[in-house]
Design a protein around this ligand. Structure first.
Ligand code: PEP
Ligand code: MN
Length: 339
């Protein structure tokens, strides 16, 4: 249920509501709006009648049911788009389109520094790179682990670019959070509920990827796992879903952008690299994503894709990324956004 407070309701009125929600066995989440506060009461559906009675309390405008199974992620609870803060100078979900770029995996100091300098020069605002790699085969490169995190931190020190990197299990999540500016939940882990709960407790922004066989509602339910632990800084990522089509690695579902915009206040980032699996298709799909209203892009860029330890075929060379970024800016401007 959501409890809508009257515009300008006193703090003591809100405190009474919060106390009552707690007494009824619900968890409350306060969302501060520009004119009024809204309180989400999350818990067992069976106590709905008791919550409805909160309508009689002083300062309460009305009490409404949340119809969707996802609550905190829904537009019913929060109508304004969320702006997820990454650093003092960078946020995702505002008027600026944020581009995160870098290699699939951190391979060496030289490789990550060269990538970071290149993507920064072309205007990317964040660096990406995997230190823990969830590979389909146990015999494939698994990542440099903590050494990779240290190299990412070094690249950040050198360029000022905050970085996003994947967290693959609850055991190493604290360690990854000690280094990273944003935690990525990969497609293969997007319904690993223990991991979702863990990143919900870490207080770092999360980039939540859509699983390869996940519906949009399931993606929002995964976001809800993170948010219900107290972390509202969630950014959703469409990275292609598995269909019968084999000409591309996955089928990039760009319709997820307007569909999600109609259901959630969370920002949406598109990954055209994993979405297509082919560097030739990354550039047009990036333009299309921005034209369709994406809040950002995550793109694989590698200084030497032919020798990349993973995902070389879908990685852009820095020169191609640079040309793409210049044109992308025009699409962003056409939509009234900055980059
Ligand atoms: C990645 O970003 O390198 C990655 C493994 O992505 P996904 O989880 O979308 O496959
Ligand atoms: Mn990859």
């Amino acid at each position: 249920m959501i409890i809508v407070m009257k515009a300008g309701a006193a703090k003591r009125d809100k405190d009474v509501v919060l106390r009552r929600i707690k007494e009824l066995g619900y968890t409350s989440h306060v969302i501060h709006g520009t004119t009024r506060d809204v309180i989400g009461a999350i818990g067992d559906e069976r106590g709905k009648a008791a919550l409805q009675a909160l309508e009689n309390l002083h300062g309460v405008e009305n009490v409404l049911p949340i119809l969707q199974p996802y609550k905190l992620a829904s537009l019913e609870v929060k109508k304004e788009s969320s702006i997820v803060k990454i650093s003092d100078t960078l946020s995702i979900g505002g008027s600026q389109i944020v581009v995160m770029a870098g290699p699939c995996a951190v391979e060496s100091e030289e490789q990550i520094i060269e990538s970071a300098l290149a993507v920064k020069k072309s205007g990317a605002q964040m660096l990406r790179g995997g230190a823990f790699k969830p590979r389909t085969s146990p015999y494939s490169f698994q990542g440099l682990e903590e050494e990779g995190l240290k190299l990412l931190a070094k690249a950040r020190d050198l360029t000022g670019l905050p970085f996003v990197t994947e967290v693959i299990n609850p055991e190493t999540a604290d360690m990854v959070a000690d280094y990273a500016d944003m935690l990525q939940i990969g497609a293969r882990n997007s319904q690993n509920f223990a991991l979702l709960k863990k990143v919900g407790q870490l207080g770092k922004p999360v980039l939540l990827k859509r699983g390869m066989a996940m519906t949009i509602q399931e993606l929002l339910m995964s976001a809800e796992y993170i948010m219900s632990e107290g972390n509202q800084s969630v950014v959703l990522c469409e990275r292609g879903i598995r269909t019968f089509e084999t000409a591309t690695r996955n089928t990039l579902d760009l319709s997820a952008i307007p569909v999600l915009k109609g259901k959630t206040h969370l920002p949406i980032v598109i990954d055209p690299s994993h979405g297509t699996g082919n560097h030739h298709y990354v550039v047009p799909m990036s333009y299309a994503a921005v034209a369709a209203g994406a809040d950002g892009l995550i793109i694989e860029v590698h200084p030497d894709p032919e020798h990349a330890s993973s995902d070389g075929a879908q990685s852009l060379k820095p020169a191609k990324f640079d040309v793409m970024m210049q044109k992308l800016r025009l699409f962003a401007e056409a939509d009234g956004r900055t980059m």
